[in-house]
Design a protein around this ligand. Structure first.
Ligand SMILES: Cc1ncc(COP(=O)(O)O)c(C=O)c1O
Length: 369
């Protein structure tokens, strides 16, 4: 079965892990610091704090904004559950908004009806790595959290996604463009906010060692500055991340090549709506290839591909339709995408034979309808 998501790891990752094992150092340490420095540099930001997952990075991002309990956070319904969970776990209220049908991204238009005096923040998701148009949203004057889980290589007008809003959250889980098994992290406009993330991520411990000791000689003391879980990264995952970071341009070039090939090969299939290419001022990350199959044929198409050995999925089942959130929102585009959307395989572990098979099988479905 051809998988829908995937990453490519090999000797470079093994070599990095080996050097940490040989140094007898698995916890947070030099590899974590090296990754943080290099990734911040790549983003063009001063500071980046590595954390243990993208989901926890979103919770961290909400907490970093110091929103009052009960504040509302407007976010897309078409996103991963961690976005809403982060808001709720931080004592705030998620308010789901719609996305644009062509981009699967939120816009000022889809956010505006959900703003209220209780709105404390807006969370945007750069779906598939296509940048959300930030400027009209920034004009609301409300702090923005960017979920850049799909957008590790995305840019808008030359600025890296994740570095445009107040706080940006990244994911490096096993199938992300930059994969380290599990991992994530945050960056912020203000380096002090990232420094605070570094404090919070270790159970909210501020100072430790001699610095924390009241009389300066009890180095085993620590002062606790906040109540926070442990979201610490480690040098094994950071080792994988370092190797992935070195080859990220190459991995991205391969993703782009597959994307462009699909766009060319599928353009004449009248029954298939293709994803948007990036605008001239945008850089895309090509995390996933999202198509629409209007006319009630999406499930038939997915089953057809499955029987031919091609796995697909639909990301994301709209959150407002999930009873746990008790939402009464009506979000027509998200609901339409729930019926029509499908993610086709796009990742660096696809072989040329896999890609050829995907293209010919998608085209062959034309005869089934
Ligand atoms: C849009 C989005 N945000 C956040 C996350 C959470 O990241 P992680 O899996 O690293 O916890 C994901 C993971 O798939 C995601 O797709």
């Amino acid at each position: 079965m051809i998988s829908v998501f995937g990453s490519k790891v090999g000797q470079e990752e093994l070599d990095e892990i080996r050097s940490s094992i040989e140094a007898q150092w698995m916890g947070i340490g030099p590899k974590t610091r090296a990754f943080e420095e290099l990734f911040a540099k790549r983003l063009g930001t001063k500071q980046f704090a590595l954390l243990d997952s993208g989901s926890n990075s979103l919770f961290m991002a909400v907490r970093l904004l110091n929103l009052p309990v009960g504040a509302q956070v407007v976010l897309p319904s078409l996103t991963w559950i961690s976005c809403a969970h982060a808001v709720i776990l931080a004592g705030c209220e998620p308010v789901f908004c719609d996305v644009e049908i062509e981009t699967q991204n939120v816009s000022a238009r889809t956010i505006a009806p959900h703003l209220s005096p209780k709105t404390g923040a807006i969370m945007v998701v750069h779906y598939a790595g296509k940048p959300v148009r930030m400027q009209p949203i920034q004009e609301f004057g409300i702090p923005i959290i960017e979920d850049a889980a799909h957008a590790v290589d995305s840019k808008l007008d030359g600025k890296a996604c994740g570095t445009i809003g107040a706080v940006g959250a990244f994911s490096f889980d096993a199938v992300k463009n930059l994969a380290m098994g599990e991992g994530g992290g945050v960056t912020a406009q203000d380096p002090e906010t990232v420094a605070r993330a570094r404090t919070l991520r270790y159970c909210g411990i501020g100072k430790s060692g001699f610095e924390a000791s009241a009389n300066k000689d009890r180095w085993w003391e620590y002062n606790i500055v906040d109540f926070f879980p442990k979201f610490l990264p480690n040098d094994i995952n950071a080792s994988i991340g370092l190797a992935q970071l070195r080859k990220l341009n190459q991995l991205q070039a391969y993703r782009k090549q597959i994307w462009n090939l699909y766009q060319r090969e599928f353009v004449d299939l009248g029954w298939l709506a293709l994803p948007c290419d990036p605008e001239p001022d945008e850089q895309h990350s090509y995390f996933t290839y999202f198509v629409r199959v209007p006319g009630g044929r999406r499930d038939q198409f997915a089953k057809y591909l499955y029987t031919q050995g091609i796995y697909t999925t639909f990301r994301y089942h709209p959150l407002h339709l999930n009873p746990i959130y008790k939402s009464t929102a009506k979000l027509p585009n998200s609901e339409q995408l729930n019926e029509e959307g499908l993610n086709l395989p796009l990742h660096p572990n696809l072989s040329s034979a896999d890609i050829d098979k995907i293209i010919s099988t998608v085209k062959a479905f034309s005869k089934e309808i």
